[in-house]
Design a protein around this ligand. Structure first.
Ligand SMILES: Nc1ncnc2c1ncn2[C@@H]1O[C@H](COP(=O)(O)OP(=O)(O)O)[C@@H](O)[C@H]1O
Ligand SMILES: NC(=O)OP(=O)(O)O
Length: 313
């Protein structure tokens, strides 16, 4: 039975160790091989992807070049630029993979704006890590220079943090829905979407980076998806993660996950937003389920062999 699916792609699907454009395009070629399995099974997919490393690097490039003749752009414009560049790479990688599998299907990436609340408390409390990982010493030097706030990111090093408000709506969701219904594979809300607020002129960009897992959950809710599938670096969500008694979660209810959140089982900035996004979708969707697993499991989710984390009501 064909399903309507929103796939949220994690960082390792695009950027591994090498941040060059060529290396990211190569990662996306490999990622596309996995995504094709959904299409082969007849499912309709929409794809959302991250941009944390890329938008942080672009911010550094703009800051380094900043001058009267070549001014740095605001963060919302940088999000739009990464949405464009990653969408361009992904759209071509996916098209090549489809052709290699003799599948004729159009692919498009859509400039997507996501409405947020300008009074969202996230604007007072930057929490979204972007850009390269620094040592503690390097991060402290940057903070002394007035280059923003840096925090330790889930045991992986120090990173700059920026505001990450929750998505309230996705302006272009009816277009995503119509493209999907017409058989087009649509890459939408890339980098969490371009953050905008309602203004007298219509909508205006605001400086922030929206979490792509929350943006994907909102998109899945608005288009009435059957599944939100969050693909990341692990096959399952675990409790007691990285401890000798770690236990993988397979079928898990929203209430059970809320209890685990209370016990601080999921690291903020890595697994916690994924679990929260999955809960949000399952709670708000009429009949939707969420899956959190690795990219490599993409081909075996609905055939009963997938030992993955599935969130149910
Ligand atoms: N409780 C947990 N269960 C499973 N993985 C966890 C848990 N807590 C933290 N992690 C880590 O979180 C990672 C996913 O977060 P992250 O790498 O930030 O996501 P993304 O794939 O979107 O870039 C996993 O690959 C794993 O290393
Ligand atoms: N925007 C966003 O959530 O990006 P990452 O997944 O790369 O952090």
């Amino acid at each position: 039975m064909p399903k309507k699916i929103v796939v949220a792609l994690g960082g390792n699907a695009i950027l591994t160790d090498i941040p060059t454009a060529e290396a990211q395009k190569e990662s996306l070629r490999q990622t596309s091989e996995h995504l094709v399995s959904f299409v082969k099974e007849g499912h309709q997919i929409m794809i959302t992807h991250g941009n944390g490393p890329q938008v942080g690097n672009l911010l550094l490039q703009h800051a380094a070049a900043d001058s009267e003749k070549n001014p740095a752009f605001p963060l919302d414009s940088l999000v739009a630029m990464t949405q464009g560049s990653i969408g361009f790479w992904m759209q071509n990688a996916l098209r090549e993979a489809l052709i290699a599998h003799n599948i004729e299907k159009p692919v498009v990436s859509l400039v997507t704006q996501v409405q947020v609340d300008e009074n969202d408390p996230a604007f007072e409390n930057p929490s979204k890590p972007i850009g390269p990982f620094l040592s503690e010493e390097e991060a402290k030097v940057e903070m002394k220079k007035g280059n923003g706030t840096f925090i330790e990111d889930a045991g992986r090093g120090w990173r700059k943090v920026v505001p990450s408000p929750k998505p309230k709506s996705i302006l272009e969701y009816p277009i995503v829905e119509s493209l999907t219904d017409n058989g087009v594979i649509t890459i939408a809300a890339g980098g969490g979407g371009i953050p905008v607020i309602a203004s007298e002129e219509g909508f205006t960009g605001i400086e922030a980076v929206i979490d792509k897992d929350f943006a994907a959950a909102k998109l899945a809710e608005l288009v009435g998806a059957d599944y939100l599938i969050i693909l990341t670096g692990v096959d399952n969500v675990y409790v007691n993660w990285n401890k000798p008694d770690q236990k993988k979660l397979t079928d898990v209810t929203v209430d059970e996950l809320k209890e685990y959140i209370k016990q601080n089982q999921f690291a903020p900035g890595s697994m916690l937003p994924k679990v929260e996004a999955a809960i949000e979708f399952v709670e708000n969707a009429k009949d939707g389920k969420a899956i959190i697993t690795s990219l490599e499991n993409a081909g075996k989710l609905f055939d009963g062999n997938g030992d993955v984390t599935t969130v149910i009501k």
